[in-house]
Design a protein around this ligand. Structure first.
Ligand code: HEC
Length: 119
């Protein structure tokens, strides 16, 4: 029952999110030169971007501004929490999860570097 409620809430919120205005990209350009990072971006855009747009807060909180350790982000992806769904190995393989976590760390570093440059 709880799960159904979460699912319905998610669907409603996703529609609500669809019309939300997107601001300026909040992070510096992320180098696509590393293939793993580029692949990580694809995984992120496919599964995470709708709720954490560009790593910023959307339906979910910002995930580019806090030093969450890799194992914790993995746990969050595999198990979900609250409105955030769990992603099994069928959706995101272990290899894809590795490159996703690498991408999240790159995204965080890009955000950190950009903030450091701000006047
Ligand atoms: C349906 C929307 C949704 C999707 C899709 C989603 N998230 Fe989330 N995420 C959330 C919400 C909501 C929370 C906050 C959960 C809570 O604390 O109750 C969250 C929390 C997190 C956190 C912890 C942030 C913190 O402040 O502790 C991480 C890390 C995270 N998400 C990563 C991801 C990744 C990586 C993906 C893609 C695989 C993803 N999320 C997909 C909604 C989503």
């Amino acid at each position: 029952m709880k799960n159904i409620l979460y699912t319905l809430t998610t669907i409603v919120l996703l529609f609500a999110c669809g019309t939300a205005k997107r601001g300026e990209p909040a992070f510096a350009a992320i180098p696509d030169s590393e293939p793993a990072i580029a692949q990580g971006r694809v995984v992120f855009d496919t599964f995470c971007n709708k709720c954490h747009p560009g790593g910023e807060a959307g339906l979910g909180p910002a995930i580019n501004n806090k030093p969450l350790p890799g194992f914790l982000m993995r746990f969050q992806v595999r198990h979900g929490l609250g409105v955030m769904p769990a992603f099994s190995e069928k959706a995101i393989s272990d290899d894809e999860l590795d490159i996703l976590i690498a991408y999240l760390k790159t995204m965080r570093k890009a955000k950190h570097d950009k903030d450091a440059q701000a006047p």
